[in-house]
Design a protein around this ligand. Structure first.
Ligand code: TXA
Ligand code: MG
Length: 302
């Protein structure tokens, strides 16, 4: 198995995709493992490499609103949200059109679409032909990659090319909003429920109970070390001291944007340092803090 080519050449990445390859691409949230959405065998390879169950549908990444409309039916609410937040860290789950193949939608009647804000992502989508599926470029259940080096460490020779766009500026996955009779947040992200609600002038609920997003399992985004969560910094630090046996790494970051941006890197660093436990001080439950805490709870779940 050979290591993937790491490049900053968008044209080379687009050619690789058009030839049926799978390429890790940078986005403003996390790196995605991309394939042409219309290439059934390339999309199947993405599922295989990730080790992802086939019934977990993928997000279609587009570079224009017009392209989004070929995959999904956008009602007034969807148009308002797309107008306000695209390109950006917002995924819309919408009714699919007849043009959306089953291998993308996983047999569901809806499809997830997003227009990412990273300039290299937009450029490679456009040059490759207009629509890429791109699940996070990690193996199923593990921490999402926020740098090209993470992708190489996780997927190595199983990916044809890695487009290096530097560290991801947001650092956690997009907000997923399902627009149905009601509007629901399926996965919190940098765009908050309050922002979504304000844009479309309705109350928006966070998903509760059994998740409507296949793949939103209780345990996910998990490092190897045991993650323990604290609401106050002193308890986290005290627990680290008390733990005695084993190596405890403390994550205590008051700047929530920086917390989001560096969280997955820090979890990886703790594993690399041979930590047995990671003691994390949770973020305030507002804005992007809601998304940080959601990922932390999943990382801490058994
Ligand atoms: O920020 C992101 O969204 C990143 C970057 C690379 O764009 N992508 C990402 O993709 O996080 P992925 O596949 O790791 O997570 C997408 C989630 C999955 O949990 C999937 O089940 C859910 O979106 N999803 C996709 N299509 C759906 C649908 N039709 N209905 C409900 N959930 C859906
Ligand atoms: Mg993922």
């Amino acid at each position: 198995m050979t290591s993937p080519r790491v490049t900053t050449d968008v044209g080379a990445a687009a050619r690789c995709l058009r030839a049926g390859g799978i390429v890790a691409i940078p986005t403003e949230t996390v790196y995605g493992l991309a394939a042409l959405a219309r290439d059934e065998s390339a999309v199947h390879r993405v599922f295989e490499v990730k080790g992802r169950p086939r019934n977990h549908p993928l997000i279609v990444h587009v570079c224009s609103l017009e392209d989004a409309r070929t995959w999904a039916v956008l009602d007034e609410r969807a148009e308002a949200l797309a107008g306000a937040y695209w390109p950006g860290p917002l995924t819309l789950v919408l009714p699919r059109t007849d043009l959306t193949p089953d291998w993308v939608a996983g047999g569901h009647r809806t499809v997830a679409v997003r227009m990412p804000a990273h300039p290299m992502a937009l450029a490679v989508i456009e040059e490759a032909g207009g629509a890429l599926v791109a699940p996070s470029a990690n193996r199923f259940g593990r921490v999402s990659p926020t740098a090209a080096t993470h992708v190489v460490a996780d997927l190595d020779g199983d990916v044809d090319m890695v487009l290096d766009g530097g560290p991801c500026p947001i650092g956690i996955e997009s907000t997923i909003v399902e627009i149905h009779d009601d509007v629901q947040i399926l996965r919190p992200g940098a765009i908050s429920a309050a922002q979504v609600g304000q844009t479309i002038a309705v109350a928006v609920s966070e998903a509760t109970g059994a998740s409507r997003a296949p793949g939103m399992l209780a345990s996910h985004y998990a490092p190897v070390a045991k993650v323990r969560l604290f609401t106050g910094a002193p308890q986290a630090h005290a627990a680290a001291v008390r733990a005695g046996a084993g190596k405890v790494v403390v994550i205590d970051e008051p700047d929530t944007d920086h917390f989001a941006k560096t969280l997955y890197q820090r979890l990886r660093d703790a594993d690399a340092a041979g930590a047995t436990e990671i003691a994390v001080v949770m973020a305030p439950e507002q804005g992007i803090g809601v998304a940080i805490n959601d990922r932390l709870r999943k990382a801490a779940a058994d």
